[in-house]
Ligand binder design. Structure first.
Ligand code: MG
Ligand code: MG
Length: 287
């Protein structure tokens, strides 16, 4: 296997396998999002992803991940102040909640890793704004995923965008290389200094994942020893795509195949096709 700066470089064939894994992950997330409504449990949402992976012959990447105890589910589902690693269970979603769903799929030995945050029923304007900024921060980062750009350029672009919108990025959790293992080098923080860090090269595959805090950037781990939440109880949001660096520009691997799969839900279709809509700043300027 080819390496550069300690980072695994994927061949075209390996990128195709990662694309297959990424597509399954998109199908799983679309099925999960379709269930989100007041009254549904997070376990029911997880089960929708389980079914998709089974139908597609994919393995779950999160199930059994070592921690205080092996991670027990296919997705992580994190509600409101919960940021990442929430364990699906009996919790029922309520109108006005925001819910972050993260999933990992393995196809042909390669991992696709992606996540998004959606509202439950009608949500508040500040909650919608947090979601919109987080989604846009992901696309701001993706736009930096080009040969010769550095990981510091990616982080700096995300951080500048997020902080200009009045939100904070998390420090303790970062984007990461992904391939045959879910977490490979390099780490790609959602903050940074332009021109610093590893130089990106074609064949690198990175899970980019802005994690935003409406309040302070401090986090805490809940009593279940997995769920990471904001220390101050304020809302959080999380969007993630697995992206390949290519000579032609960023290739978002964790999208639907429009010919085979159709579209995503209208309000999230830009995410499921891996392209940003017109920047949503107008909304915040109006509000
Ligand atoms: Mg993830
Ligand atoms: Mg990840």
């Amino acid at each position: 296997m080819n390496h550069r700066g300690g980072v695994v470089i994927k061949s075209q064939r390996e990128l195709e396998l990662m694309r297959a894994a990424g597509r399954v992950n998109a199908l799983a997330l679309r099925a999960a999002v379709a269930l989100v409504r007041p009254g549904v449990t997070t376990a029911e949402i997880d089960q929708a992803a389980v079914e998709v992976l089974r139908q597609q012959g994919a393995q779950p990447a999160f199930l059994g991940v070592p921690g205080a105890y092996p991670y027990p589910a296919t997705t992580t589902i994190s509600v409101n102040d919960e940021l990442v690693h929430g364990i699906p269970g009996k919790r029922r979603l309520r109108e006005g909640d925001i819910v972050s769903i993260d999933c990992g799929s393995i196809v042909g030995g390669f991992v696709g890793d992606s996540a998004l945050t959606v509202g439950v029923g009608k949500i508040s304007e500040p909650a919608q704004h947090l979601i919109d900024v987080t989604r846009q921060a992901l696309f701001v980062g993706i736009d930096q995923m080009r040969p010769g750009r550095r990981t510091g350029d990616v982080g700096a672009a995300i951080q500048a965008y997020v902080e200009a919108q009045g939100f904070n990025v998390v420090r303790e959790y970062t984007g990461h290389g992904v391939g045959q293992r879910m977490h490979e080098d390099p780490q790609v923080p959602n903050y940074g200094i332009p021109g610093r860090g590893l130089s990106l090269a074609p064949g690198m595959t990175i899970a980019l994942e802005p994690m935003l805090m409406a309040g302070s950037p401090e986090t805490r781990v809940l009593a279940d020893q997995w769920t990471v939440a904001s220390a101050d109880g304020e809302l959080t949001a999380h969007f993630e795509h697995t992206v390949a660096v290519t000579r032609e520009g960023p290739w978002v691997l964790t999208t639907l195949d429009p010919e085979l799969d159709g579209e995503g839900p209208p309000e999230y279709n830009d995410y499921f096709v891996g392209r940003p809509q017109a920047i949503r700043e107008e909304r915040s300027m109006r509000s």
